[in-house]
Every structure is written in structure tokens, then in C-alpha cells.
Design a protein around this ligand. Structure first.
Ligand SMILES: CSCC[C@H](N)C(=O)N1CCC[C@H]1C(=O)N[C@@H](C)C(=O)O
Length: 349
């Protein structure tokens, strides 16, 4: 069954006759068009059209697997009215802005617009062989960049120096950076999303590096915390506790496992070390066309792991004024358990 066939089944279950796709990663997933932020797709029971503008005429004709209509709004909406008129048309409630919904209402007065969630995301949650190849390639590039740059992480260099070298290494290898690289040294380690700053890395510190590559639109995501000099006994205690939680959660990954239980396992271990209150985010998330996608590995998640999902396992502790530790692996859920895709070395402290 093609992705479009699967989507149409999901549309029927959701009670809509057509779907207006505006989330860039979903546009790409359904049409193949790689500049999803400048595209929309209308899917009906018998057709699908990619809408984009004249900057992309050639690119869209090369990439898209569905017919294209090249125009800008409002011409786009006028064209789509022929297919959408009189139908129950789903729109992506977690993406379409209120202003753009108003535009659709104005141009399709006889369509009934229905908010839907997760229809395309549901198709993206397990990866095809082709998608896995791209994610593996992205992770290989990130692993190699980390191995190349790790020796340069030492006192006197700035966080930005490290981030720049990592980005350069990934670009040279043919990938892009998956997101703004996090290099958080010393007390900055207490900021889970602390992007690289001009702070100079000092002696006896921990440095958290969270990085990923993007290949053919697919992301990787990995974190290593490294020691510079001889970090204090307390910092090493934090490190060992996070490593224990990370390794235990990775070892527990298998199909049928509830995402919420995996989060609980890591959280309970950290709580046992008196560090539960410092674990300030979820255990992990799915990775694919978006860095953060389903399944969410958090306490409130209803999701259950399935073969073909690619997830992160990334416990961390963040102690204000002291610093922090995060260790993250990229993990494929297999038929029998899991395969760790991120192979960059971890410190033993
Ligand atoms: C800017 S993309 C960040 C990538 C990173 N590996 C990551 O996913 N992080 C860093 C710390 C927490 C975690 C995150 O953002 N988790 C989200 C899903 C959450 O809401 O917990």
C-alpha cells in the first residue's frame, strides 16, 4: 500500500473526504517535494495536488510524486476549490494558523473545514528501509564529526569554536546540521537547550554536546557529555547516574514497551540517586523528517513502541549553578529488541 493509500484510509477513519496538508515535513512525506515550507498538498479520495510557487517549478517537477499546480495564494485556493468544494476537508490543527484557516473559509465557502491531528504523522512513525538508510547515513556523519572534533574540546576554546568545527565537519561530509548545535560547558550545562555561546571552556569541567546531521531531509540526534581535565567528585557522580539511567533505558527498548514505562524506568533510577527533580524533560522522542516527532517518550504518552520506530533515549540532570549531564543515543526499535545507531564513544568517569 502506498503512503497515499494509507493516508486515505486514515482520512476515512477520521471522517474527512479531503485533507489540506500544511506541515512542511508532512508535505514532503506525502509529495516528495523537499521545500515543504513553501508547499501545500490537497489530498482527496481520487487525487492529490502539490501547490507551490514559481521559484520551485523545476524542483517540484523533479521531486514531486503527485501533480503540481504552480501559483501563489489566492490563485492556489481558487484552483483547489474545484476539488474541495462541498467536501469535509480536514486541516492540520497543530500547524495551520488561524489567519490561514480564515483564508480557506473565505475561498471555500461550501466546504466544511474539520480540524484533524496526526493523520500524516501516524504514517511517519515507523520508518521504511529508504528512510532508515538516510537516518543511518546522518548518524554516521554525526559520529565521524564528533570523533574528529572531540580532541579539540579543551580549556581555552569557546563553545562556539566547538560547534563551528562540528558543523564544518558535517557540511564537508555532505550533510547539514540537524539543529543549532548545543555545546554547554561548566554551569551552562544546567541549560538543557543551551546553544553554543562565546564562553571559554575551563579546567575540570563537563561539556555537553548535543548534535545531529540531516541527510535527504532525515535527521539524527545524539548527545555526549565529555570531561575536560578532572571534574569534581560531585560532577562525576551526576555523570555516572545519568549513564546508568541511559544504559538501563536503552537495554529495555523493545517492541510492545509503553513509551511512558520507559520514561518511568529512567526517571526512577535518577530519583534513586536523589536526582529525579533535576531531570527536566522527557526521556526521548521519535526522529525522522523532524528532529522531534512521534512517539514522545514521556510520562503522559499513550504510545507503544513498534519495530521500525527510531527514537532517542536521553536522560539528563541539570543543577542550577553547578552544571549538567545528558547522554543520548539514537535507537532503532527492531522486531526483537533494539539497535543503537549512535556509535560515538562515551566517557567512563
Ligand atoms: C533543538 S533540538 C534538541 C535536540 C535534543 N537532543 C533534544 O531533543 N533535547 C535536548 C534536551 C531535551 C530534549 C528535548 O528537547 N526534548 C523535548 C522532546 C521535550 O519536550 O522534552
Amino acid at each position: 500500500m502506498t503512503a497515499l493509500d494509507q493516508l486515505r484510509s486514515a482520512m476515512r477513519r477520521a471522517g474527512v473526504d479531503a485533507l489540506w496538508i500544511s506541515d512542511p515535513a508532512n508535505v514532503r512525506a506525502i509529495s516528495g517535494f523537499s521545500s515543504g515550507k513553501d508547499g501545500k498538498v490537497l489530498v482527496t479520495a481520487h487525487g492529490a495536488t502539490l501547490y507551490t510557487d514559481a521559484r520551485y517549478t523545476v524542483q517540484a517537477s523533479e521531486e514531486a510524486t503527485v501533480p503540481q499546480f504552480i501559483a501563489r495564494p489566492p490563485e492556489t485556493y481558487v484552483h483547489a476549490r474545484d476539488a474541495a468544494g462541498g467536501l469535509r476537508v480536514g486541516f492540520e490543527a497543530d500547524h495551520l494558523t488561524v489567519a490561514l484557516l480564515d483564508d480557506l473559509r473565505d475561498h471555500w465557502p461550501d466546504a466544511s473545514l474539520v480540524p484533524v491531528r496526526g493523520l500524516v504523522h501516524g504514517l511517519r512513525v515507523t520508518k521504511t528501509a529508504r528512510e532508515l538508510d538516510a537516518i543511518r547515513a546522518a548518524q554516521r556523519i554525526a559520529d565521524a564529526a564528533f570523533a574528529q572534533v572531540r580532541p579539540t574540546i579543551r580549556p581555552g576554546v569557546t563553545e562556539l569554536d566547538v560547534a563551528l568545527e562540528l558543523e564544518l565537519a558535517m557540511r564537508r561530509a555532505g550533510a547539514q546540521s540537524a539543529f543549532e548545535i548545543i555545546v554547554a560547558s561548566g554551569p551552562n550545562g544546567a541549560k538543557p537547550h543551551g546553544v553554543a555561546s562565546s564562553r571559554v571552556i575551563g579546567d575540570d569541567e563537563l561539556v555537553t554536546v548535543d548534535m545531529g546531521a540531516r541527510v535527504d531531509g532525515y535527521h539524527s540526534d545524539m548527545t555526549r557529555t565529555v570531561a575536560v581535565g578532572e571534574p569534581s567528585a560531585e560532577l562525576r557522580r551526576l555523570y555516572r547516574a545519568v549513564l546508568e539511567a541511559e544504559q538501563a533505558a536503552v537495554a529495555a527498548v523493545r517492541p510492545g514497551m509503553r513509551a511512558a514505562d520507559l520514561d518511568r524506568l529512567a526517571r526512577d533510577l535518577l530519583t534513586g540517586h536523589g536526582l529525579g527533580e533535576y531531570f527536566a524533560h522527557s526521556l526521548g522522542h521519535g526522529v525522522g523528517l523532524d528532529v522531534h516527532e512521534a512517539p514522545g517518550l514521556r510520562a503522559t504518552s499513550e504510545e507503544v513502541l513498534e519495530p521500525g520506530m527510531v527514537i532517542t533515549i536521553e536522560p539528563g540532570v541539570y543543577v542550577p549553578g553547578v552544571g549538567g549531564v545528558r547522554i543520548e543515543d539514537l535507537v532503532l526499535v527492531t522486531e526483537t529488541g533494539s539497535e543503537v545507531l549512535s556509535l560515538a564513544e562515551k566517557e567512563q568517569l
